[in-house]
Design a protein around this ligand. Structure first.
Ligand SMILES: *Cc1c(COP(=O)(O)O)cnc(C)c1O
Length: 373
């Protein structure tokens, strides 16, 4: 977290505030920076997916809120492309939704080259469909925009998992501009807020439902006066009890810190961070000059993503798996990317390293790679 974010976290710890007031202030800030009606700070993007699903399932129906995750009696299917499924869709199912898969994963199985197609989404829509869940990636197909058009033609909402899609900064507004009903971002990734924060933003009625299901509801009915911009009292007949999201509460410190980090990110702080990433990789790469490995700097996929460093081991320099294991167990522990170990490649991602940790990182790499060869 940048120093300003830590400072904001600490100053929030010294105050007491009604959380619905603080979330209403958060909603104003998020709505301004994402060009949406409203937003909530959640305890991570995965929690945002659970709350977003709960909002789509229950809307403003207090009985449904009380009943979740039991969805008997109302539509609860979410359509998802098979190629977009991952462990994160547990967060959608946790609210009570069931997933209906469409399409295939032919490119991974190497048995075809086609991606999921729009007609496949459309053919899965039935009276049991509650919405569509879409995992955003720059190369997602069909593009989010087309899926949103199709969903809206059938009066269905789209919930977008864009947890890791910042940077680019433009995605703060580009994804919601497709008309997507709810979008989720992680606050603990490149935004650099507290690790256990996230953002849920989009349609006001759905954010309101999510807020009702997350906030502490132990209030007196005749005293309860939630901020109208966050929760429209007139749209609900009474005060619901704690909802499904009560287990996903966010602290005032996390809310204030996340908003501070979000404002810094939206103002371009990431661009400076990227220069720091390059410097850290320079230190590592220079230290490895006399070690028998080949370094390859992979430039950011787009101007504002970040660079990584690949360290290619050769037959004489031992196994990347053994080096990765030794790096984790030594002091300070170093965690390398593990996706390419089978190709004998260690991947160094500088995003969670501070500049003053670069020398220690380089030293450990030099040590373990020398020992291995
Ligand atoms: C990281 C990630 C999440 C989870 O984000 P948290 O903020 O850690 O809860 C969900 N979906 C995708 C695609 C992610 O990359």
């Amino acid at each position: 977290m940048p120093p300003e974010v830590i400072e904001a976290f600490c100053s929030a710890a010294r105050e007491a505030v009604p959380l619905e007031e603080l979330q209403a202030a958060a909603s104003r800030c998020i709505s301004r920076l994402t060009s949406t009606d409203a937003g909530l700070v959640t305890c991570g993007a995965a929690a945002g997916l659970t709350l977003g699903t709960a909002a789509i399932l229950a809307r403003d129906d207090l009985k449904r809120m009380e009943q979740l995750p039991d969805c008997s009696g109302f539509p609860s299917e979410f359509i998802i492309a098979r190629e977009q499924r991952s462990g994160y869709d547990h967060a959608v199912r946790a609210a009570g939704a069931s997933l209906v898969e469409v399409g295939f994963n032919e490119i991974v199985s190497n048995a075809g080259v086609r991606r999921t197609e729009l007609w496949e989404y459309e053919s899965a829509i039935s009276s049991e469909t509650a919405g569509i869940v879409f995992v955003q990636a720059a190369d997602a197909r069909p593009p989010l925009h087309d899926v949103v058009q199709l969903a809206h033609k059938h009066d269905l909402p789209v919930l977008v998992d864009a947890a890791g899609e910042l940077p680019p900064r433009s995605n703060l507004t580009a994804l919601t501009a497709t008309g997507a009903d709810l979008v989720v971002f992680s606050g603990g990734k490149a935004i650099r807020g507290p690790q256990s924060t996230g953002i849920l933003c989009g349609r006001r009625d759905l954010i309101s439902s999510a807020a009702l299901q997350m906030l502490d509801m132990d209030d007196h009915d005749s005293l309860w006066q939630p901020p109208a911009e966050l929760i429209n009292r007139a749209s609900v007949p009474g005060l619901p009890r704690h909802g499904l999201g009560r287990a996903l509460k966010v602290s005032k410190e996390e809310i204030v810190a996340l908003l501070t980090a979000l404002q810094l990110f939206a103002a371009g702080a990431w661009d400076e961070q990227n220069a720091v990433c390059e410097e850290i990789l320079d230190v590592v790469e220079n230290s490895l000059r006399d070690v028998n490995v080949t370094c390859r700097r992979i430039p950011p996929a787009s101007a504002d993503r970040w660079p990584v460093l690949e360290i290619h081991l050769t037959a004489g320099t031992g196994s990347a798996m053994d080096v990765a294991r030794a790096l984790r167990s030594g002091r300070p522990p170093v965690y390398t990317g593990h996706a390419r170990l089978h190709e004998n490649v260690l991947v160094i991602n500088p995003v969670s390293v501070n500049k003053d940790q670069a020398d220690a990182l380089a030293e450990r790499l030099v040590d373990e790679l020398r020992k291995a060869s």
